[in-house]
Structure formats: C-alpha cells, structure tokens
Design a protein around this ligand. Structure first.
Ligand code: PLP
Length: 429
C-alpha cells in the first residue's frame, strides 16, 4: 500500500496540530506508525488520500452504525442545509428529536441537546451535584466519559483515598472528589457506598465498557449498582454515548433492564455530526436552566443540521430487526476471527454486545479492566498493522471496542475473516 500523500499530510499536520491530529487516539501512538488521511467514506469502507480502501470497524468511533455516507442521512442533511445552518432559536427538529429520544429511551422523560459526549457527561454530573447537594462522584477504572476535569482521574492508593489527576491541568482539589471503582467488582462497590455513600452525588458508568476494549457487565452487576445508588440517595448515570442505540434500540438500559436516573448520549444521535445529549427523570431535568437554577447552555446546541442527521439515523435504527441483524453480524465476525486465530495457534478471546465487540489477545475470559490490561498488546499491535496493510481498519489501540454497522454484509465480513487468517499467521511468527 502506498501512503505518500498521507505521509506528506501528516508531516504538515505535525507542525500545526499537536501530534498532527485533533484527537489523540487518531495519531496511532499506541500501535506505532502513522495515521492515514481519509478522503471519503461509503458503506463499510474508508478511502484514503492515496486511493487505498479499508473495511472500517471504527465507524468514526461509533456514530456510523448504518455505514458511512448513508443516502438517507445525506439527503436529510442536504434538505436541512437548504434552509440555513444555524438560527440560535428553537427549531421544530429539536422537538422531534426530544420526542424520539424520550420514546426510545423511556427513562429519559426530558432531554437537553448538547454538542458532544463530553458536554453531556460534564453537564450530567453538574446536574447530579446540584440536585443532590453532594460533591463526590464515582467512576470506573477503564471507563472514559470524555475529557471533563472530573473524569481525568485515577484511583489513589486505596479505594477511598482521594482521586489523582491523570492529566496536568486538572486541579487536585477537583480530582479529590472523584472516587474510582473496579468494573464488575460487586463487593468493592458495596464497600465504597458503605463508607462514603452519603457523600456521593452520582455514580457514572459505561454500562458496557467500550473504552477498555469491550467489557460486558456481569450478570446482575448493573442491578447491584442501581440498588446501591437508590439505597444511598446517589444518582445512577449511564453513559450511553457509545452503547446508546447500538447495543439495543433502547441502549444498554433496555438490554439489561436497569433504569438509570440520568443518561448521556452522543455519537449515533448525531448521525456523524457533533451532537450529544443528556436526559433523565423529569424532576431532575426540570432543575436545568431556564426551568431551574442549574446552569448549562450552548450556542449551537440543537443545531438544525445536526438534528436532521441524527433524526435520519434514528429512523434507520428503528427498522424491524435492525439490532438483531447487527448482533448476528458481530457474532459471525467474532466467531470467524476466533476460528482463524485458533488455526494459526494465536490465543484470542472475543466479546460481543449488539453492534460492539472486543478482541483480546489472551486465552482467558475477560470481563475486568485488570484482565483487559493483562492481554498481549504487542500481539494486538502486530495484528492491527497486518490487517491494515491488507485493507482492514481496526481501532488503533488494544483498548477500544470494535464497531459493527449494518453496511457490513456477509461478503464484507467473510473478506475480513479471510484477511485475518493471513494477519494471525503474521502474529504467530
Ligand atoms: N462517553 C463515552 C462512553 C465515550 O466513548 C466518549 C467518546 O468516545 C465520550 C463520552 C466523549 O464523547 P465526545 O468524544 O463526543 O466528547
């Protein structure tokens, strides 16, 4: 594969953009090498500036659940653009969007549109703090909730010790308010709430972790967290920025039958445009300005073009059987990859939840962050490059979930598995 044009662009970009990119994981630092620059995308494919085609399992990091450049989404955007790009006034599409989200995700009795997943999560914890009058929040090791200060925190030496910033620029005084738990550890959550439950405003979780590869919840785990939050008067926030409309039409909360107090969204609800949202119980959402005193605002929030793209996307995912087909595709891919890995003598474990999947280079079952971190990342990196050279783009990090789309048909998946056979042989060498 020739990458001359990508290389030239990356060279220019590096002197102008920090790391040559506008979001860190795009720079390929974790897998090594250089990113390719994309010119266009269609269905399951990305096409780079050197004319190379890739089968894409990143899907713009989640939004592209119906494949790239879907004609219905494109047409909705074109029609919206004809009317103007932004008005700074209420628009009809915002009302339709709110009706759609509250219908598909009934725990959201009201919603507020924002412009990214990060905005959604940091607004949700402000609401939780404002509504409960408490300051502490709980998050999970390996979960990512965007780049808000309160989330760029890791655990101190003990469970109840003060959180420590993971980035310069995050004030220690703020990170101290974030407590960190191990995902899927029932007892740790119980102990933490016993010790500090009365101070906790909210517990925020990716109900299926998609930012530490792909970790499904253990049976009853989300219910356990729901029970603890209810008992101690803390709010349960499901960060469904990734899982929303992907692991089931109603998100992880529908799939696992657990009702959070607040939910955050992003990715799919924007159809590829910059959109986020948070929603939840009416009595909580009524506390957001201007209905209530907790402030949150946005010049471009509810933007008409973004709403049009998101509504078109949400229309498509409501097709009967959409999520069953998506899950079947994830299963076919993961079963095929496991068989190909076994043929090559490479240890591989996979996880799948609806349109998300995880590839772990280990022979162990994986459902905790510690287990995910213990996998053979060097083997993943070799696999990543062997796939990329052969025209399959996986997330450029061993700690990101894979994303299936409805455009990945049987032939595309079969081709992916055939390419993986060669890639596993490279890994095995
Ligand atoms: N929450 C989750 C679960 C995410 O995966 C992400 C981004 O990947 C975010 C929040 C932040 O969203 P954004 O990148 O749109 O700010």
């Amino acid at each position: 594969m020739n990458h001359d044009h990508s290389h030239a662009l990356f060279t220019r970009a590096q002197s102008l953009l920090p790391g040559g990119v506008n979001s860190p994981v795009r720079a390929f630092k974790s897998v090594g090498g250089e990113p390719f620059f994309v010119e266009r995308a269609d269905g399951p494919y990305l096409f780079d500036v050197d004319g190379n085609r890739y089968i894409d399992y990143v899907g713009s990091w989640g939004p592209m659940v119906v494949g790239h450049n879907h004609p219905q989404v494109r047409e909705a955007v074109r029609l919206a653009i004809d009317n103007g790009l932004s008005f700074g006034t209420p628009t009809p599409a915002e009302v339709t969007m709110a009706e759609t989200i509250t219908r598909l995700v009934p725990s959201c009795e009201m919603v507020r549109m924002v412009n990214s997943g990060t905005e959604a999560t940091l607004s949700a914890i402000r609401l939780a703090r404002g509504a409960t009058g408490r300051n502490r929040i709980v998050k999970f090791e390996g979960c990512y909730h965007g780049h808000g200060d309160s989330f760029l925190v890791k655990a101190g030496s003990g469970m109840l010790t003060l959180g420590v910033p993971t980035s310069p620029g995050v004030p220690a005084g703020l990170s101290e308010l974030t407590l960190t738990l191990s995902y899927n550890d029932f007892d740790a959550a119980s102990r933490l709430f016993e010790e500090a439950g009365d101070d906790i405003a909210a517990l925020i979780i990716e109900p299926v972790v998609g930012n530490a590869n792909c970790l499904p919840p253990r049976e009853g785990y989300l219910q356990h967290l729901r029970q603890l939050c209810t008992q101690y008067g803390a709010l349960l926030i499901f960060d469904e920025v990734m899982t929303g409309f992907r692991v089931a039409l109603g998100g992880a909360q529908a799939r696992y039958g657990v009702t959070p107090d607040l939910t955050t969204f992003g990715k799919i609800i924007g159809g590829g445009m910059p959109v986020g949202a948070y929603g939840g119980r009416r009595d909580l959402m009524q506390q957001i300005a201007p209905a209530g005193p907790i402030y949150q605002a946005g010049t471009l929030s509810g933007n008409p073009v973004a709403m049009a793209a998101g509504l078109a996307m949400l229309e498509l995912v409501q097709a009967p059987g959409f999520h069953d087909r998506l899950e079947a595709a994830s299963n076919t891919l993961c079963d095929g990859l496991q068989a190909a890995a076994a043929e090559a003598g490479v240890a591989l474990t996979t996880t799948r939840v609806g349109g998300m999947f995880g590839l772990f280079f280990t022979d162990q079952q994986v459902d905790t962050y510690a287990q995910a971190v213990a996998c053979d990342t060097a083997a993943f990196n070799r696999f990543f490059h062997a796939m990329l050279e052969r025209g399959v783009y996986l997330a450029p990090s061993a700690f990101e979930a894979g994303f299936m789309s409805s455009a990945h048909d049987a032939a595309v998946i079969e081709q992916t598995i055939a390419i993986a056979r060669e890639a596993f042989a490279v890994v095995a060498k």
